[in-house]
Design a protein around this ligand. Structure first.
Ligand SMILES: N[C@@H](CCC(=O)N[C@@H](CS)C(=O)NCC(=O)O)C(=O)O
Length: 160
């Protein structure tokens, strides 16, 4: 059975997994999902109806980009994108979570733009406030380190 990634071209969460699959040199079939009209084949394996969803060679189905990223790293550890020391790994997960939240809010703002005057001002303010709070945190961290964690290699946090 081929590995399969259900993804969307504009999805930051899908992009995390596409990068990891390429970096780990894993063959994978990529199936783009029309998020405005999700096919039944996709909804059968994705209870939340969101991309990315990854299906491994043994038929194992995994959704949520962070769960997929961790699974890939544990199952195919070379090269590794999560530090092994528990407290550093936790820092990596925290940065990954912050980056995911930033991406989520940027996408939210982008989608609001399609709504023109119908876009609820409440959400625009909510997204902008969070983006404006998070960007300086990343800027500050990357001023003192090459990657989000100290060290010479990028991690899942940088990928996110
Ligand atoms: N926590 C999830 C978030 C996934 C997510 O928000 N995916 C978006 C695309 S970026 C999606 O599928 N949206 C379609 C929908 O919610 O109907 C992850 O990390 O995988």
């Amino acid at each position: 059975m081929n590995r399969t990634l259900y993804y969307h071209q504009q999805s930051n969460f899908s992009r995390k997994i596409r990068i990891l699959l390429i970096e780990k040199n894993l063959d994978c079939e990529f199936k783009e999902i029309n998020l405005a009209n999700k096919p039944p084949e996709f909804l059968e394996i994705s209870p939340i109806g969101q991309v990315p969803v990854f299906v491994d060679q043994d038929g194992r189905v995994i959704w949520d980009s962070t769960l997929i990223a961790e699974y890939l790293d544990e199952t195919y550890p070379q090269p590794s994108f999560y530090p092994s020391a528990p407290h550093i790994r936790l820092e990596c997960r925290k940065w990954e979570q912050l980056a995911d939240t930033l991406g989520d809010n940027i996408i939210g703002l982008w989608v609001l733009d399609f709504m023109g005057d119908l876009a609820p001002a409440y959400y625009r303010k909510k997204y902008e406030t969070l983006i404006n709070r998070l960007l300086p945190i990343f800027d500050g961290q990357l001023r003192s380190t090459k990657y989000l964690l100290e060290g010479e290699t990028w991690t899942a946090a940088d990928v996110a």
